[in-house]
Design a protein around this ligand. Structure first.
Ligand code: CA
Length: 467
C-alpha cells in the first residue's frame, strides 16, 4: 500500500511538472527585467553580502538561478543598457560611448536601425512599460514610447536626484548643463508630473501598478532603478536600518540597496498574489560593476570596478527565475551575459527579432537539456581608451590603454593577479578578438568624456523646446 501511495505521489509530481512546463511552452511568459545602477558584485545576499540584507532580491536566485559569471556588455551605464535592450554588442551600431544629455540631437542615443526587446514583444501582443532611468537617448525619436514601450514612468538622462523637493525644473527647456537634467520633474509617458515619493519607492509603486493592470495578458516590464547610483540619498526609513554601518557612504548606499530590495519584495509578492509567478520570468542584474570610491559599493573578490574591463567592472550580481521552466536553488558558473536576456525571451515569447542577436537562449542550459558553454567567447571593448577583453571558457585576455595583453585563468585566479605566459593561448584569443572587432563600428556620437567638445560643436545644445 505504501509503495502504491509513493508511486502515485511520484507520478502526481511528474504530471504536475509536465503540465507546468506545457503551459509555459504554450503560453507567452510575462517578463520583468530589474536593473540596478552601479551595484557591486558583492552587494547582494546571494553573492555573500553580510552587511546589506537583500532577502527579496535573493528570492529571485532561490526561486531560480544565480549566475556566478554573469556579465554585462560594457563597464558603464549607457552602452551596457544599449546591449541589454537590443541583445547585440552595442559596438555593432556605434553605441561605444556613454551618451550626453542632448534632446535636440537625434544621433545621441540608440540608432533607429536597432530593435528593442520592447518592440519585438509589442509586435506579438505584449503590454510593455519602461520605468526609471532611460539613458538611451533624449531626442523625441528615441524616447521610450517611440522605442516599443506602451508606457513610461521615469526620466531620460543618466541619473537623477532622489528627493522630490530637488525636482525643481519643470521640463527639459530649463536644463542648461549636462547634470542639471538630474533635477527635472519626472515623466509619465509624455507629460511632466508632480511626484511626491522618494524616487525608488515611486518606481516600485509604478511597477506594482503596471503588473496589477496587466495580469490577464502577457506583459514586459523594464524596471531600471537608478539606485544605488550617486547622488547618495536615502530616506530615514531606510537609513535607520543601517545605523551600525560607520562609513557614511556605505551606510547611505546600503539604505539605497535596501529600498530597491523592498521594491523587489512588493513586485514578487504581487506576482504571487495574482497567481502569475509561475509563468513570469524575472531577471535581476546591475548595469555595471560598483564604483566603490564613489558610492561605497563592493565588488570583492573581483578586481577594480565600474569603468574597468577587469572583472569588477563587467561581472555583476545576476540572477533569474522562471518557476514554470527552471528548477529553484541553482548556481550556474559558466559565463552568461546581459545580451542573453533578449534571445532567451524571444525564444519563449514567439517574438521574431529583426536583427541578428549576439545573445543565446540560456533556458536549455538551465533546464539540463544542453550541456557545454552558452558562449565560446565573450568580448568587450572601450573604443576611446583602446582597451579590450575577451573571455574564452576559463581564460581571459585583457589589454588596457593599448598596452600589452594580460592572460588570466579565472577559475584559478578570479582576482586577476597572476599573468599567464601561454603565448599560443594569447594569440588564439587575440585572433578571435580581432575577428569580432572587424564586425564592430566606430562610435556614432560624442560621449560624456567629450562633453566640452560637444558643447562647442553644438552651441544650441541647451536651447531646448519644452517637454
Ligand atoms: Ca551604471
Amino acid at each position: 500500500m505504501k509503495r502504491v501511495v509513493i508511486l502515485l505521489l511520484y507520478f502526481g509530481v511528474l504530471v504536475n511538472c509536465q503540465s507546468k512546463k506545457d503551459i509555459a511552452q504554450n503560453t507567452q511568459p510575462n517578463v520583468i527585467i530589474i536593473l540596478t545602477d552601479d551595484q557591486g558584485y558583492a552587494d547582494v545576499g546571494f553573492n555573500g553580502c553580510k552587511d546589506i540584507p537583500t532577502p527579496n532580491i535573493d528570492r529571485i536566485a532561490s526561486q531560480g538561478v544565480k549566475f556566478t559569471n554573469g556579465y554585462v556588455s560594457y563597464a558603464v551605464c549607457g552602452p551596457s543598457r544599449a546591449g541589454l535592450i537590443t541583445g547585440r554588442y552595442q559596438d555593432r551600431f556605434g553605441f561605444g560611448r556613454n551618451p550626453l544629455f542632448a534632446p535636440n540631437d537625434p544621433n545621441q542615443g540608440l540608432p533607429l536601425s536597432e530593435e528593442t526587446l520592447a518592440s519585438a514583444l509589442d509586435k506579438v501582443g505584449y503590454q510593455t512599460m519602461a520605468i526609471g532611468k532611460w539613458h538611451l537617448g533624449a531626442h523625441k525619436s528615441q524616447r521610450p514610447l517611440n522605442r516599443g514601450f506602451d508606457e513610461f514612468f521615469g526620466f531620460l538622462t543618466g541619473g537623477h536626484q532622489y528627493f522630490p523637493h530637488l525636482w525643481t525644473l519643470n521640463d527639459v527647456s530649463e536644463v542648461n548643463s549636462q547634470y542639471a537634467a538630474y533635477n527635472t520633474k519626472l515623466l509619465r509617458n509624455n507629460s511632466r508630473i508632480d511626484e511626491r515619493e522618494y524616487l525608488t519607492d515611486a518606481l516600485s509603486r509604478e511597477a506594482v501598478g503596471f503588473i496589477e493592470r496587466n495580469s490577464n495578458k502577457p506583459f514586459f516590464l523594464y524596471l531600471a532603478y537608478n539606485a544605488p547610483h550617486t547622488p547618495l540619498q536615502a530616506t530615514k526609513k531606510y537609513l535607520d536600518r543601517f545605523a551600525h554601518i560607520e562609513d557614511e557612504k556605505r551606510r547611505t548606499y546600503a539604505a539605497m540597496v535596501s529600498s530597491v530590495d523592498d521594491g523587489v519584495g512588493l513586485i514578487l509578492n504581487k506576482l504571487d498574489e495574482l497567481g502569475i509567478d509561475e509563468n513570469t520570468m524575472v531577471f535581476f542584474l546591475s548595469d555595471n560593476g560598483g564604483p566603490n570610491k564613489t558610492n561605497g559599493s563592493r565588488n570583492d573578490p573581483l578586481k577594480a570596478g565600474k569603468g574597468s574591463l577587469y572583472e569588477g567592472g563587467i561581472r555583476v550580481p545576476f540572477a533569474m527565475c522562471w518557476p514554470a521552466m527552471i528548477d529553484p536553488n541553482q548556481k550556474y558558473d559558466r559565463p552568461v551575459i546581459s545580451l542573453d536576456i533578449f534571445a532567451t525571451v524571444a525564444a519563449h515569447s514567439k517574438a521574431t527579432p529583426i536583427n541578428s542577436l549576439d545573445g543565446v537562449n540560456i533556458i536549455p542550459y538551465l533546464a539540463g537539456q544542453k550541456t557545454g558553454y552558452p558562449h565560446e567567447h565573450l568580448f568587450w571593448r572601450k573604443f576611446d581608451s583602446r582597451s579590450y577583453a575577451v573571455r574564452h571558457r576559463n581564460l581571459k585576455l585583457i589589454s588596457l590603454n593599448g598596452e600589452n595583453e594580460e592572460l588570466y585563468d579565472l577559475n584559478q585566479d578570479v582576482e586577476e593577479s597572476h599573468h599567464l605566459t601561454d603565448l599560443t593561448q594569447k594569440q588564439k584569443l587575440f585572433e578571435s578578438k580581432e575577428n569580432w572587432d572587424s564586425e564592430m563600428i566606430d562610435p556614432v556620437f560624442l560621449g560624456l568624456m567629450q562633453n566640452d567638445e560637444y558643447t562647442k560643436l553644438k552651441p544650441d545644445r541647451f536651447n531646448i523646446e519644452p517637454y
